[in-house]
Each structure stands twice: as C-alpha cells, then as structure tokens.
Write a protein that binds this ligand. Sequence first.
Ligand code: EPU
Length: 429
Amino acid sequence: MEKIVIEGGYPLFGEVEINGMKNAALPIILASILTGDKCVIEHLPAISDVTLALEILRSMGAGVRMINRTTVEIDTSYIKGGNAPYDLVSKMRGSTYLIGAELGRFGAARVGWPGGCDFGVRPIDQHIKGFEALGAKVDIENGYIVANAPEGLRGNSVYFDCVTVGATINVMIAAVLAPGQTVIDNAAREPHIVDLANFLNTCGAKITGAGTGVIRITGVERLHGCTYTIIPDMIEAGTYMAAVAAAGGRIRITNVIPKHLEIISAKLEEMGAEIEEYDDTIIIGRTQELRRANIKTLPYPGFPTDMHPQMSAVLCCAQGTSIVSEGIWENRFRYVDELHKMGAEITVDGRTATIFGVERLTGAPVRAVDLRAGAAMIIAALAAEGRTEISGIGSIERGYDDIVGKLQRLGAHIKKMYCSDENELLDAN
Ligand code: EPU
C-alpha cells in the first residue's frame, strides 16, 4: 500500500505547469470512437483515469499508441461496440460516454454500470431521457446499460430536468452522427463541454452553442480524425491555488485559462490571497491571515463543486466561521471526518458544512476518500503542524498528474512511500 507523507508548515514558492483537463480528456478519448479514424490527442494528463479510458478503447479493438507522455494516437477504425470489459468500465464515471459513442457509431450500446467517486446517489436518468429522445430504447440488464436504435438515431429536442455535465456530453456525442437537428436545452456550460464540441467540430461535426444553455447539433454523415489539444485543467490549477492559500508563499501557475479560474480567484482574494492574472499564467501569493468566506457550489459559471473539499481545507485555517453549501452532490462531505482527525472544527447539516476556523491543524493519519477529498487532505497537511500520512492515494492519482513531484518542486516536504510487509513505511523511489 502506498501513502503520501507530508511534513507540514512549509510555504510554497516557484512555478507549476498545469496539465490537460481530466474531465475534457475522458469524453474526447471516448468520443474518438465516432470518427472510425486516427485521432492524435495532445496535452493529456498522465493520470490513471486516462490510462483506464485508453485501456477500455484498446480492449474494444482500437489501436492506441502513446507518442509521448501526454500525446496519444488513437485509431478506432476496427473497434467493435458492446464489448468493453465490465471491470474496467465500472471503475470510473466517464465510461458512461461509451454509451453515447457506441450508440452514435453503431446504433447500439452495451456498457457496464459506471463507477466513480461516491457522492451518494448518481443517477443516469437524464442520459437515458436524451438517448430515448433520439430514438433509442434503453434497458438496464444484469448491471449493463443496453441501448438500441435499430433504425439509427434521429435528431430531436432534448430538455434536461437538471443541469448535468455528463448527460449534456453524452447526448452531444450520440447526436453528432444522427440525421436532422438536435437541440439540447438546459445544457451544462462547463469549459470541458466547449472543449468536446471543439474536438468534435474539428472532426467534422456541426455543433453550435456549446458553453451556453442551448446546444444545437446538425447531424453529419461521418466524422474524420484530427489532431487536438486539450484545454488546461481549471480544477488542477484551483487546487494549487488553494494549496498556496493554505500553506502560504507565492507561486506562478502556467498553462491556465484565467477566465475559467475567475470565480476561484475571486473567492481566494476574498479570503486574503493576492492574485495577478496574465494571458496564460497566474501568480498567487498569501502572506496575510486567512479570512472566513461562504461558498455555494453551482453548475458553471458558479463555484465548481470539484473545488469544494479543497476550499473547505483552506477555510479550516481561516479566522472566523465559514459556510460551505454543496449545490450539486447529495453527499460530498465524507472528507470532513478526515479533517476532524487533524483538529478541524466542522459540523455538517444536510448539504451545508459550517467550518469554525482553528488556530492550527495538526498532522494525522488520514484517508483520501475520493479524488478531491484526497486533494483536500494534501492541502490541509501542507498547512498543518507535523506529519500527515494519507492513505487511499489511488483516488488522488485518478485525477492529478504527478502531484507529489509538482509540490516537491514548490518546496513542499512531501513524498510517496509504501508500506512493507512488516508495516514499515519505505521510500517509494
Ligand atoms: N444528475 C441526475 N441525473 C442524471 C445525471 C446527473 O439527476 O442523469 C444529477 C446528479 O445526481 C448531480 C447533478 O445532476 O446532482 C450533476 O451531475 P453531473 O451529470 O453534472 O455530473 P457527472 O457528469 O456525473 C461530472 C464530473 C464530476 C463533477 C460533475 C459536476 C466527470 C467524469 N465527472 O460528473 O467530476 O463533479 O460533473 O461538475 O466529468 C471530479 O472530477 O472530481 C468529479 C467528480
């Protein structure tokens, strides 16, 4: 078993480069199925969810060739639908996009129930509603989602009952090759939805309105391969911003789109951080005491839920009482008990946490209960006095490319260690 071990109390200085966005990479990789051609995807994050998505494609018969650490060539000419192994698909949420991709290319899909972080119930009713509007019949059979459109899909209007990133992406993927016009109303507006639309349009799709609440797709007969570069990960950037806010110091974060970070920057400034924005770089420092703040997570352009646990970790060290309300997920508070072990004072009532700032956190053995919860543990540990050992680090590696190395280069006292058979912690290198 591997752990991340952190000796807290050291401010961060230096430069960190942000990788491509996980939540754009996953749909783009799987949507390449629609092209039946070669696609070169650049600026992929080197994370285990991307490895898994590529493994799924390989298992379906795609040619997958890493050109370098962050560039892959995918050839989906000879891929077959309906055969993605259950044990791979069930490891991540992004595998739901296989349904849209298989339906779009083959008119039929058979995909195991997706996994992913545990935030309480994670229904897929809006995905199904969208596929049915396009003419598919969808059933759940023996743990698989089975969708069929023997006559092929047809463009139609789809109105989502709630704003959902996953269903917006999935229906967009399914509709690209469906004759006629599809209009997705009440669509999610996240930057990765725009990125996917840009990828698909580069492959010959006709999508307009991505990034607004109404997306229009005119079906085309076929797509072709392309070379495409994924946008920077705003959540990875936000995580390093939160780390500096918690630990203090001053860092330059490169390869970012500052516009995507505006709401995170504004909140961190409210809490006492100093931020300078340039074209594709931001500088963040924190020297003064942290101030309390309230946060409510909402769909984009609201405050991102995927920054919620990290911000809570920062607020543990702020003066005063902060309120964090979760507007997307039923239960994203499983990290709170872990922060309690470090001396945090947090109460949770339904979807709202009240965080009473404490003078200091102290290092403790804690667990990364999910991806962003794991990032929150790292942030709390960087600010805490003493040593923190984080277990369950597989969750962190699902979404952060080389977080240990990047933080080491910023001066953090952090390393990856593994437990020997005698339960002794040894250096992982
Ligand atoms: N929802 C439904 N029915 C559906 C789909 C969603 O009721 O058919 C509800 C959900 O229960 C939730 C809300 O709609 O309350 C939003 O869910 P959404 O579909 O937007 O989430 P997702 O697509 O499953 C993606 C990201 C998550 C991120 C959310 C919200 C991926 C692979 N996952 O999940 O990212 O929290 O959007 O922005 O893109 C992460 O990266 O740490 C992560 C969890």
